[in-house]
Each structure stands twice: as structure tokens, then as C-alpha cells.
Design a protein around this ligand. Structure first.
Ligand code: GRF
Length: 220
């Protein structure tokens, strides 16, 4: 089996990155995490990646005169490492249209809401303010508009009375750690086709994706 070479871009904690790294430890997983890049030196996830033996890089966006220059440096690092697929995992920088187009259909992101609801920041606060009874997370291909793009996988969790943004975020995060490795596996295996900006999953290659992606656990 050919394992696709994947880079993960992070800015902080890196728990989704860690979930991808853990999944990729399985011999049958179709991707290897070949590089982790952070735009903040204090991103906790960098230590985790380094201790897992994964090459890491740090690019301070403050060291570049423009977004284009920063993205060009990122792009060069990815190409130098023969990266084929890129996962954004809590990467808190907007990427330029040029970068997004250069990696079109090879660049995916995880967002902590059931898109297209609640793009942007503070999604858990927004979900509580809206009074929705279901909330969740989405893995999607990246397009230029923020938090848009064809949806690969979603997980839903209940919103419970008494929830705070933190309790809700913790419940959603369980779903994030479940669907991101699944979505990357489908992409790496070539199981995804984009038709009219919607994702179709090849039933022969993506059997596990046919299972319902719903609440991973419903607390009593
Ligand atoms: C996650 O909630 C992710 O959905 C969002 O940023 C957060 C990153 O968390 N994009 P972590 O760094 O993966 O722990």
C-alpha cells in the first residue's frame, strides 16, 4: 500500500494533529504524517510531534512582509518535503487564494461546527446563543471563502441544558478526533470525488464512511 505524505499545519494545542498521528501509526492507514508546521513557536503540538519523531518546522508569519510571502515559504517547505496532502488543524492563519488554489482538493480543514452553520470563530458560543439542539464538527476541502468548501465528514453531538462553551467544545472535540482521521483516510485512499462542489464517497473504497457520523457519546 502506498502511504500518502501528509503535512499538518497547527497554531496551538494540536489535539487533532495528535489524533491524526495516532491513526497513522496503524500499518494499514493510507497516509503518513511526514511534517508538522506551526506558525507559533509556542504551539504545544510541536513538542508532541517532535517526540513522536515527526519532522517539524516553525514559520513565524511576523517574519514575512506579506501574506503572500508567508504562504510562499509554507508552499516551498511542503514541496521540499514531497508533501501530497495538507491538513489544517487549528491553524489560525487565513491562507491566500493563491495557496488555496495551488493545493486545491489536496487541502482539508476541521471546523468546530456543523457547516454551513457557524463559520468563523467562537462557534460554541454561537451555537448556544442560537439555541440549536445539535452541534458538531466538519471536515471539508478548503476554498478561498473562510470555512467553506465541499464537506467530507461531519459528527453531531447534542447540546445539553447547562452546557457552557467549554463543556460543549469538549463534547465536539471527541467527534473531531473521530472524523478527522476518517476523512484523511478517505482522501488518501482516493475514495473522494468532488462533483458540483459536493463530495461523493466511493462506496467500494469508503465503507467505513457509510456508518452514520452521529453523536459519538451521549452523556446521561
Ligand atoms: C479545533 O476545535 C478545531 O476544530 C479548530 O481549532 C481547534 C483546534 O484544536 N479549527 P487542536 O489544536 O486540534 O487541539
Amino acid at each position: 500500500m502506498v502511504r500518502r505524505r501528509v503535512a499538518i499545519l497547527i497554531s496551538g494545542r494540536g489535539s487533532n494533529m495528535a489524533a491524526l498521528v495516532e491513526a497513522a501509526r496503524q500499518p494499514e492507514y493510507p497516509a503518513e504524517i511526514a511534517l508538522v508546521i506551526a506558525n507559533r513557536a509556542d504551539a504545544a503540538g510541536l513538542d508532541y510531534a517532535a517526540s513522536a519523531g515527526i519532522p517539524t518546522a516553525f514559520f513565524s508569519h511576523k517574519a514575512y512582509p506579506s501574506r503572500q510571502a508567508f504562504d510562499a515559504a509554507l508552499d516551498a517547505a511542503l514541496r521540499a518535503a514531497d508533501i501530497e496532502l495538507v491538513c489544517l488543524a487549528g491553524f489560525m492563519r487565513l491562507l491566500t487564494g493563491g495557496f488555496v488554489e495551488a493545493w486545491r482538493d489536496r487541502l482539508i480543514n476541521i471546523h468546530p461546527s456543523l457547516l454551513p452553520l457557524f463559520p468563523g470563530l467562537h462557534t460554541h458560543e454561537a451555537a448556544l446563543a442560537a439555541g440549536v439542539k445539535l452541534h458538531g464538527c466538519t471536515v471539508h476541502f478548503v476554498r478561498s471563502a473562510v470555512d467553506s468548501g465541499p464537506i467530507i465528514a461531519q459528527a453531531a453531538v447534542p447540546v445539553l441544558s447547562g452546557d457552557t462553551p467549554d463543556t460543549l467544545a469538549a463534547r465536539v472535540l471527541v467527534g473531531e478526533h473521530r472524523i478527522y482521521p476518517l476523512a484523511l483516510a478517505l482522501l488518501a485512499r482516493g475514495a473522494l470525488r468532488i462533483v458540483d462542489e459536493r463530495v461523493e464517497i466511493d462506496p467500494a473504497l469508503g465503507e467505513e464512511a457509510q456508518e452514520p457520523l452521529v453523536a459519538p457519546s451521549i452523556p446521561q
